[in-house]
Design a protein around this ligand. Sequence first.
Ligand code: ZN
Length: 119
Amino acid sequence: MTQEIEKCPNCLNTFTLKRLNQKYCSDNCRIQKNNANSRKFRELTKTTNHILLKNRNILAALEGEQISEIDLKIKGFDFRYVTNFRTNEQTKQPDFFCYDYGYFFVKTKKTQLIEIFKL
Ligand SMILES: [Zn+2]
């Protein structure tokens, strides 16, 4: 059997394969890499959850009001983050949600506002 040489994706050292599906030079490197990946994923979800909760709290403070898109942005609302959306059966327009608060766009002749409601 010829010896297969691989490069460890964690420490970047080369090593001789002991098994065909071996990816790392050692258990320590495998564990380090898995822990690093888990840490990255936890950071990603923490950041996303923080933005969603901030959006939800901004909507909660404005329940029942109408506000312009720019004013909602100024308050820190991030339109890229919602937890859900649905098509409103009456208006056929989308309602967007951040947990238990939602909003939809209200178009008038001159401008477009956003109306906020609680589920
Ligand atoms: Zn290694």
